[in-house]
Design a binder for this molecule. Structure first.
Ligand code: CMC
Length: 429
């Protein structure tokens, strides 16, 4: 017999269905509560609200588990590569050899962007943050591919938009960087794999030879896998809710890029490095900064610490911490902020404030250190997050569309003035 929940409001009882997920998570389905009881539920920040049913990513915050389509993040980070993970997330299964070859080939076919994109890029001052540039360039694809605006687009049409999104993202990201540093843009070199192609577009200069370092390309590939999806977070929910209005894939994902930009979300990876640098310049006294984070009046939070869902450890942070050590060793980089980060982590994990609130290092705590070792500028860290998250946003947009989800439209509890008469200006006090 299916489970139910009973809700009593003003002595009147309402029976609500209880839904169970494939990993045993339980939800009370309140979707017809308004109709039945004239009551809505209130949950600021959606801390306890399931907005959808999804078969893409499983996350268990208490036990530090993250799986894409049933495969553990540890397995994928060690054995897979970013494009294979992208295929898995978007289409539900690991690709066979022919499927993988076709996917790779299709992506390579679309790495070039329309030449007029350069005109848009030229409109941005070099001081523009690359995340704003990225979101704009990505959204501009609606102009170059107006057929993508058709809400009833065929499956082939949607597939084309998907490969275009994955293919052009590294080009946009590298061009956003080139705009910031005032260098000429590079075109994609399709003889290279995904991450190597991006690195060449980023760092090659017309005046010099450039060889992609395989250590750097591999490390970047692993980072992208770790960021590829994270179920219903702020940016992903944004993509789904924008897409639910039947907006195009490009406008939905562009909205996701903007949501990711905020310092409490993807923007934290940039803020972590800024914070570690400030601690270093301030003499490296980690205790002082921990106390500052505990002081509610300081307005300062330990960036890269805490997570809405992970309340034990962030499995991505565990993998990244080890990768940071490996990459810095392999590249022979001695970054003093890595030592500060380790000291800070050690002190915070012993401090009752952080222990009681179950605040642990998250994915962003060490990723910035690796990005820095790979030669990426701080402003570009969140762009890297966006590049990694692209398959997740696509998969979630596609799932929302295939499930024919209704338009996202939350309710509210109104706390403003009751009806009052209009007052003519001379009579206003
Ligand atoms: N430093 C100091 N105190 C903190 C921190 C922190 N980083 N994070 C949370 N707290 C405190 C917070 O002040 C509150 O204390 P109290 O109960 O005394 O009022 C308590 O812990 C709970 O915090 P919350 O803001 O209610 O928790 P949340 O689930 O709404 O926020 C978070 C999660 C990630 C936004 C938050 O932990 C944070 O701001 N962290 C720093 C920014 C960061 O690293 N963001 C990256 C998140 S992971 C990548 C991604 O997916 O985007």
């Amino acid at each position: 017999m299916s489970k139910t929940a009973e809700l009593i409001i003003d002595g009147k009882s309402y029976t609500l269905p209880v839904i169970e997920g494939s990993e045993g998570e339980v939800a009370v389905d309140i979707s017809d509560l308004l109709e039945k009881a004239k009551v809505i539920t209130l949950d600021l920040g959606y801390k306890n609200t399931g907005a959808t049913k999804s078969a893409i990513t499983f996350l268990d915050g208490d036990n530090g588990i993250l799986r894409y389509r049933g495969y553990s993040i540890e397995d994928l980070a060690e054995k897979s590569n970013f494009l294979e993970v992208a295929y898995l997330l978007i289409f539900g299964e690991l690709p066979t050899q022919p499927q993988y070859q076709k996917f790779q080939h299709d992506i390579k076919t679309h790495t070039l962007v329309h030449e007029d994109v350069k005109k848009i890029l030229d409109g941005f001052p070099s001081t523009a943050h690359p995340m704003g540039v990225l979101a704009s360039l990505f959204c501009s694809q609606t102009a170059f591919y107006p057929e993508s605006l058709d809400p009833n687009r065929s499956a082939e049409g949607v597939y084309l938009s998907i490969v275009r999104s994955l293919a052009k993202m590294p080009t946009f990201a590298a061009w956003a960087y080139k705009n910031a540093v005032g260098h000429p843009v590079n075109y994609p070199d399709n003889s290279l794999a995904y991450c190597a192609r991006f690195l060449k577009m980023m760092f090659a200069l017309p005046a010099e030879q450039y060889e992609v370092d395989p250590v750097v390309a591999d490390a970047l590939d692993k980072l992208l896998i770790l960021h590829a999806d994270h179920e219903q977070n702020c940016s992903t929910s944004t993509v789904r809710i924008v897409g639910s209005s039947k907006a195009s894939i490009y406008s939905s994902i562009s909205a996701g890029i903007n949501a990711l930009w905020g310092p409490l979300h993807g923007g934290a990876n940039q803020e972590v490095i800024v914070m570690l640098e400030n601690i270093r310049k301030d003499g490296g006294d980690t205790e002082k900064w921990i106390n500052k984070a505990k002081d509610k009046n300081s307005g300062f939070r330990l960036m890269g610490f805490g997570h809405r869902v992970y309340k034990n450890f962030d499995p991505r942070a565990k993998i990244i911490k080890k990768a940071a050590d490996d990459v810095l060793n392999k590249l022979g980089v001695n970054d003093p902020v890595l030592e500060i980060a380790k000291k800070l982590e050690e002190a915070a994990l012993k401090d009752p404030y952080f222990v009681e609130r179950r605040l642990y290092p998250n994915v962003d705590f060490y990723s910035g250190i690796i990005y820095r070792a790979l030669g990426l500028p701080t402003d570009l860290f969140t762009v890297m997050f966006a590049m990694g998250r692209m398959p997740g946003w696509i998969a979630q947009w596609k799932e929302m569309r295939e499930n024919k989800e209704p338009i996202g439209r939350p309710r509210q509890i109104y706390t403003g003035e009751k009806l009052r008469p209009y007052i003519e200006m001379p009579k206003r006090g």
